[in-house]
Design a protein around this ligand. Structure first.
Ligand code: GLC
Length: 404
C-alpha cells in the first residue's frame, strides 16, 4: 500500500505534529507500506518526516498561492480575510495555480499512490484537482470548515471528489457534515501525541529564567497557558483569572508562546499582553516566556496547565500533551476539547471565556497538591490509552484499506 500525504505548511504546527505522529505510527504498524509526503514549504516538518523514513518532496507554492486564504490562521476563524480580499487574491493567483497543479499532478503520478491524504484546506482543494479520478482522496480536517465561509463553499463544491473525511473530533465531524453535506463518508479519529516525548519524566524548563523573573519561592504553584498567540486562545481570560486570585495565593502565571507573524489583528503581541497584565496589577505575578521549542519540558515545569480557548476548540493538542505529561489540566469546555476530558476525573473544566470560573478552578488546585496529583495521574493513564501513535495507526489502517 502506498499513501501520499499532501500538507501546505512545512513548519510544525498542531496539524503537522499530528500528521507526523500519524506517519510515525503507520511506519511502525505497517513497515511495508510506502509513505510519501509533499509539502508546499520547507521546515521542521520536512526534516522530521525524513528522519522517520518518509520520502518528502517540497513543491513550493508560488507566492500568490502561499499568501492566499486562511493560512496562518492558527485555528477557528483565526485570520479570516474579507471575502472580497480573498476573491481578489484568488483571481491574482489563478494563473499560478494552473502551473502549480501541473507540477503537483506530475508528483502525484510519479508517486502512484493508492490513497492521497490531504492535511490542510489548500491541499484539500489542490489534492482533488491534481489527483487522477481513480485514486481516492481523503481530507483530514483539523479545524471547523464553517468558520471559513469561502473555503466552506469551495470544499462543498468538491465534496463529491473526496472519498472520505477524517475529523479530529466529533465536534469537527458534525461541523463538516453540515458544511459538506450528509453524503460524505466521515470518520472521527482523535489525535495522538508522541508519548516518548510527552511523559512525566524528563527535563523541566526554567520558566522563571525564560521569563526574566526571580525564582519562584518554595511552595509556589506554577500555572501556565501554553498556546499560540491567536486571540481566541484566551490569553485575556487567563490574565483576568490570575488577577481574580487573592494576592496571597502562592501562584505564578506563565504565558508560554510567541507570535508566529509580526502582524497585529488575529494574534496578540507579547507587549500587548504585558500591558494588560500591568493594567490588571499582576505584572509581578505573570511571566512571559516567549516561544519555546521544547513543549514537553515546558509542560513538565508547570503544576497546572490551562487551556482557555474562547471559541470551540477543534481538538486542543496541548490538552492531550499536558495529560500525557501527567499534569493537572483545566480546559475550556467547548468543541472537541470537551470530548477529550472527563471533568473531575482526569481534568477540570470551565466555560469558555469565564475568568471567574477559571480562577476558582485554579484556586482549588493551587490549594491542593493531592488533587493535582490525583488528576495528573488519571490524565497520564488516560493519555497512555487514548493518545498513542499506535492507536492512531490502528484506527487509520482500515480507513486506508477501505478506500484503496
Ligand atoms: C488545529 C486545531 C487544534 C488541533 C490541531 C491538531 O490546529 O485548531 O484544535 O489540536 O489542529 O488537530
Amino acid at each position: 500500500m502506498k499513501i501520499l500525504y499532501l500538507n501546505p505548511a512545512g513548519h510544525l504546527g498542531g496539524a503537522e505534529r499530528v500528521l507526523l505522529d500519524l506517519m510515525a505510527g503507520m511506519r511502525e504498524a505497517k513497515s511495508d507500506w510506502r509513505l510519501d509526503l509533499v509539502t508546499a514549504m520547507d521546515g521542521a516538518l520536512v526534516t522530521a518526516a525524513r528522519e522517520i523514513g518518509v520520502a518528502v518532496t517540497v513543491a513550493a507554492f508560488p507566492r500568490p498561492l502561499a499568501r492566499l486564504g486562511d493560512a496562518g490562521a492558527g485555528g477557528p476563524a483565526g485570520s479570516q480575510m474579507g471575502l472580497w480580499k480573498v476573491c481578489g487574491r484568488l483571481g491574482a493567483a489563478a494563473p499560478m495555480v494552473g502551473g502549480y497543479l501541473r507540477r503537483l499532478r506530475r508528483t502525484i503520478a510519479e508517486s502512484a499512490p493508492d490513497v492521497v491524504h490531504t492535511n490542510g484546506f489548500k491541499m484539500h482543494l489542490l489534492g482533488v484537482w491534481a489527483t487522477p479520478r481513480a485514486t481516492p482522496v481523503l481530507w483530514h480536517l483539523h479545524d471547523y470548515v464553517r468558520m471559513r465561509p469561502m473555503m466552506s463553499r469551495l470544499l462543498r463544491l468538491h465534496a463529491r471528489r473526496c472519498a472520505a473525511v477524517v475529523a479530529n473530533s466529533r465536534s469537527v465531524a458534525a461541523d463538516a457534515r453540515a458544511a459538506l453535506g450528509a453524503d460524505v463518508r466521515m470518520f472521527t479519529v482523535y489525535n495522538a501525541v508522541d508519548l516518548a516525548r510527552f511523559n512525566p519524566d524528563g527535563s523541566r524548563l526554567d520558566l522563571d529564567a525564560l521569563a526574566g523573573m526571580a525564582p519562584l519561592a518554595a511552595g509556589g504553584v506554577r500555572v501556565g497557558l501554553p498556546a499560540t498567540m491567536a486571540r481566541w486562545k484566551g490569553h485575556e481570560t487567563f490574565l483576568h483569572a490570575i488577577a481574580a486570585l487573592p494576592r496571597d495565593t502562592p501562584v505564578r502565571g506563565y504565558v508560554i508562546g510567541g507570535p508566529l507573524y509580526q502582524t497585529t489583528g488575529s494574534q496578540y503581541q507579547i507587549d500587548e499582553l504585558r500591558a494588560i497584565a500591568g493594567r490588571l496589577g499582576i505584572g509581578d505575578r505573570v511571566g512571559f516566556t516567549g516561544f519555546v521549542d521544547d513543549a514537553a519540558s515546558a509542560l513538565r515545569a508547570l503544576d497546572i496547565v490551562v487551556h482557555a480557548s474562547t471559541q470551540p476548540e477543534p481538538f486542543g493538542l496541548v490538552i492531550a500533551e499536558a495529560m500525557a505529561c501527567g499534569r493537572a489540566v483545566i480546559a475550556s469546555a467547548g468543541g472537541g476539547a470537551a470530548e477529550i476530558i472527563s471533568p473531575g476525573v482526569n481534568a477540570l473544566d470551565h466555560a469558555p471565556g469565564d475568568a471567574a470560573a477559571l480562577a476558582a478552578r485554579i484556586a482549588e488546585l493551587a490549594a491542593s497538591p493531592g488533587e493535582r496529583q490525583r488528576l495528573g495521574t488519571a490524565a497520564f493513564r488516560f493519555a497512555g490509552q487514548r493518545f498513542s501513535r499506535a492507536r492512531l495507526a490502528t484506527e487509520m489502517t482500515p480507513v486506508y484499506r477501505g478506500l484503496a
